[in-house]
Design a protein around this ligand. Structure first.
Ligand SMILES: *Cc1c(COP(=O)(O)O)cnc(C)c1O
Length: 389
């Protein structure tokens, strides 16, 4: 089955629900058992069936089944946010004395978690250049247990050579994880050597900026049980409505992503030709440094990209951003709406690779508005930039 068909069918069992097209939303904490014997036997096989709300309901299972199919993995563990999926995956595999290799372009809260919680637990993190490729070998230590990747990084958009990194890490016996949020549907993590794939479903899967949800997908039963046990021990469980919004978003993911990607490419091409712009950061552009790797490993893109402006005063950039009518000033991405955030100053934290913090960089999300309207909005912004310079 092709991907677009798969996301329509995955996790649906109408025959179990009176023919209802969508799985019902189970609001449940307590699950009643008919007898003590049934209650006792329900706990025999870990996480099988429906036992208590925190371990999952049929709504959880429907979402997890669908997402495992989309990611091309064995099984999925749903979590209460994307960050809970990242921390849940890391803590399932790392213990005191272990070493973690973390990509320097990682999502900032992931970095914060490594530098605070993991450090406090006696787990050491070394950040590595996203473009390191096979050079990762030099950074491996006998206690390196996990190599974490994120490609492209969601602020500066460098594309990583995932198969090269995975081959080196596997030869060393390390587990390779990926934050695959940007590449949802367009990057097949398990076909490229990833062992643990994490999604911030809050972004494109939910797709409407109205719920927090995360997921960890695993390659086999043993790693699923390991991660499920760890996530359950921490008590991370997503709410019923959030799971349903994730399932509902999934059904239209392919068409939305196609449109987000087309609009982003149109905007990037237009911005690329503008005199105010130093560089556009979007791997689907043919002259992007990550284009060859993106073309080799991805089947598409999404609506998230960056730009570096030629030097302008902060006040002039603010006048440009404050006055947009379509690009809202807000964190997150993947919803139907266009967004922008400034990424200059100290927003981009790098410790293992070069990035000019002084550059006037911005991050845009191309929403589902008409591309011409968005271009007019950008154009009016450049007029404000000029007037205030
Ligand atoms: C937003 C985001 C996350 C975290 O997801 P939440 O659901 O907000 O916790 C993780 N990784 C990336 C790349 C993100 O953009």
């Amino acid at each position: 089955m092709k991907k677009d068909s798969l996301i329509v069918h995955a996790g649906r069992h109408p025959e179990q629900h009176f023919g209802a097209v969508n799985p019902p939303v189970y609001h449940a904490s307590t699950i009643l058992h008919p007898s003590v014997a049934a209650m006792e036997s329900s706990g025999k096989k870990p996480f099988e069936g429906v036992r208590y709300g925190r371990f999952g309901t049929p709504t959880t299972h429907a979402f997890e089944e669908a997402l495992a199919a989309v990611e091309g993995g064995h099984k999925t563990v749903a979590t209460s946010s994307g960050l809970a999926a990242i921390t849940g995956a890391l803590l399932a595999y790392l213990k005191a004395g272990d070493h973690l290799l973390m990509v320097d372009t990682t999502y900032f809260p992931t970095r914060k978690f490594c530098d605070s919680v993991l450090t406090g637990l006696g787990i050491e993190t070394t950040y590595y250049d996203p473009l390191i490729g096979a050079g990762l070998k030099q950074l491996l230590r006998p206690n390196t247990r996990v190599v974490f990747t994120e490609s492209p990084g969601s602020l500066t958009f460098e594309v990583q050579d995932i198969p090269a990194i995975a081959a080196i890490a596997h030869a060393h016996g390390a587990v390779v994880m990926m934050d695959n949020t940007w590449g949802v549907l367009s990057f097949q993590p398990f076909a490229h050597g990833i062992d643990v794939s994490v999604q911030a479903c809050t972004k494109y899967i939910v797709g409407h900026a109205d719920a927090m949800l995360g997921a960890i997908t695993l390659a086999d039963e043993d790693s699923w049980l390991k991660v499920k046990s760890s996530v359950a021990a921490f008590g991370h469980s997503p709410g019923a409505e959030e799971l349903y919004l994730g399932l509902r978003g999934l059904r239209t993911l392919a068409v939305r992503l196609k449109r987000h990607g087309e609009t982003a490419l149109t905007l990037c091409r237009w911005l690329h030709a503008r005199p105010e712009i130093e560089r556009v950061l979007y791997p689907a552009l043919p002259d992007d440094p990550g284009h060859a790797l993106w073309k080799r490993d991805f089947t598409g893109a999404c609506g998230l990209f960056g730009v570096i402006l030629k030097p302008h005063a902060k006040a002039a950039i603010e006048a440009m951003l404050d006055g947009y009518s379509h690009f809202g000033l807000g964190f997150s991405w993947g919803g139907f709406e266009s967004l922008v955030i400034p990424t200059y100053g100290h927003s981009v934290i790098r410790t293992a690779s070069a990035w000019d913090n002084a550059a006037c960089s911005l991050r845009y999300h191309a929403g589902l508005e008409d591309a011409e309207d968005l271009i007019h909005d950008l154009e009016a912004g450049f007029a404000r930039l000029k007037a205030a310079s």
